[in-house]
Ligand binder design. Structure first.
Ligand code: AMP
Length: 212
């Protein structure tokens, strides 16, 4: 399955992406994780992306499209993939379609803005592997430590109230219109993402027809 996960920041794309990746035996490709890794490694792309990310703005389309195309050309993507955080603009969605990569489904996780602001303040991320956690709803087994790789859990620099507002604005103005684009292509499914983790997971599985 070639899947796109959509939704506002903090909707649970990372968490649901990980669960789906395990279930389907495919990898999640998160442009946010790729960019944060590039920033940590001080690459040219990282240096360019840092200010955009810290301001809650989108990194330019041409930069993102080229890193995603490069990643999707890797052999492991032949068995399927989950795109988390891409496409985020109509231009990115069109570039993906034009690249000839077939998308089977686009899942939009639906969460209201008020829930997002609250949720993002308790969100944590592994500083080593990028795995997502939440100190209220998705705790690690040992406080502050990643279950998967033992890395230290940190709060993202862009998870602060003013950047969160910017990111939500950007989502509504630039990313949400893509839902119409994929609806027209007959690929869009939606799932409510406001409930407890297990309920959201059930909603996601149902929307994708993965129920047992
Ligand atoms: P995320 O981890 O998906 O919330 O992404 C964090 C930040 O990385 C976003 O707020 C953007 O600044 C940048 N970013 C991630 N994916 C994209 C994309 N597809 N297009 C533009 N900017 C992106």
């Amino acid at each position: 399955m070639n899947l796109v996960l959509m939704g506002p920041p903090g909707a649970g794309k990372g968490t649901q992406g990980e669960l789906l990746a395990k279930k389907l035996g495919i990898d999640t490709i998160s442009t946010g994780v790729m960019l944060r890794t590039a920033i940590k490694e001080r690459t040219e792309i990282g240096k360019l992306a840092e200010q955009y990310i810290n301001d809650g703005k989108l990194v330019p389309d041409d930069v993102i499209v080229s890193i995603v195309k490069e990643r999707l050309a890797k052999p492991d993507c032949e068995k399927g993939f989950i795109l988390d955080g891409f496409p985020r603009t109509t231009a990115q969605a069109e570039a993906l379609t034009e690249s000839g990569v077939k998308i089977d489904k686009v899942l939009s996780l639906e969460v209201e803005d008020e829930v997002i602001v609250e949720r993002l303040s308790s969100r944590r991320e592994c500083s080593k592997c990028g795995a997502p956690y939440n100190v209220v709803s998705n705790k690690p087994e040992t406080e502050g430590i990643c279950d998967k790789c033992g890395g230290e859990l940190i709060q993202r620099a862009d998870d602060n109230p003013s950047t969160i507002r910017n990111r939500l604005n950007v989502y509504h103005t630039e990313t949400e219109p893509i839902k119409k684009y994929y609806e027209k292509l007959g690929l869009l499914v939606t799932a409510k993402g406001e409930e407890e983790l297990a309920d959201t997971t059930r909603n996601v599985d149902k929307a994708l027809g993965l129920e047992v």
